[in-house]
Design a protein around this ligand. Sequence first.
Ligand code: ARG
Length: 258
Amino acid sequence: MCRPEFFAVEYAINPWMDPSAGADRDRAIAQWEALRQAYLDLGHTVDLIDPIEGLPDMVFAANGALVVDGRVYGAKFANAERAAEGPAYADWFRKAGFAEVIDPQHTNEGEGDFLTLDDFILAGTGFRTDIAAHKEAQEALGRPVITLQLVDPRFYHLDTALFPLDGHNVCYYPGAFSEGSRRVLESLFPDAVIAGHADAEVLGLNAVGDGRNVVINAEATALIEELGRRGYQVVPVDLSELRKAGGGPKCCTLEIRR
Ligand code: ARG
C-alpha cells in the first residue's frame, strides 16, 4: 500500500475525477489508515511503498504491478500523469528482493486490469490496458489470461467491475462488460455473485476478497447483504474521499502472491 501523503485530484483521467471539486487529503489519509488497519486486523501483512511528491494517484497501488507466484509483471501507465509510477513500483520490488521483475513492452495498469484466480487471470481492456499486454502477461507469468472487454467509462479498470471472492469464483457488475464478455463470465462462473447498478455506482465492486473476508465500500449496501447471505465475513470501509479520484479499497491494494 502507499500512504496518500500527496493525494489530490489535480487532473481528470477518468469520469470520477473533477479537479474543481477538490479532495480533502487529511480525510483521505484517515480513511486509508482505517483500510490498512482492517487488513492488519484480518491478519494480513501490509508492506508500504514511499509516496512520491507530484504523483497524486500513487495511493492506488493496485495499478503498480501484477505479482503471481513471486514473479512481478511491471506496469506501464496509459496516462502521462501516472507514467513515473511504473518504474517506482518496479524498483520497490527489486529492492525487496524479487528476482524476476519483468519490464512490460505494452501498456497495462497492473492489478487494476489483471485479477488473479487459481487457474487463470482475468484481464480487462477497453480504457487503459492494451490487449497486447494480456498476451505479454501470460508469457511472463505462465498462467492463462482471459480477455474481458470493458464498455462503460465509469468502470475503466476491471477492478471497478469485478472482484475475486476466492481462487475460483467472482462477484461482478454485468453492465460494465460487452455482451460477449458477459457470456464468457456466465460460462466461467455459474455461481458468481451478481451486483446491481447502485452497488457498482459506489465502487462496491472495487473490493478485496481473501476467500473468507470481503473488504468493501460501506455504501454498497445490497451487495454487502448478499455477500453476508452467501456466508462471507464482510468488512465495510469508508473510502469516499479516495472515490473522488475513482478509487476504492482494491485500488489502494496491490496483492503480493509469492
Ligand atoms: N485516478 C486513478 C486513475 O484514474 C484511479 C485509479 C484507480 N485504481 C484502480 N485500480 N482502479 O488512474
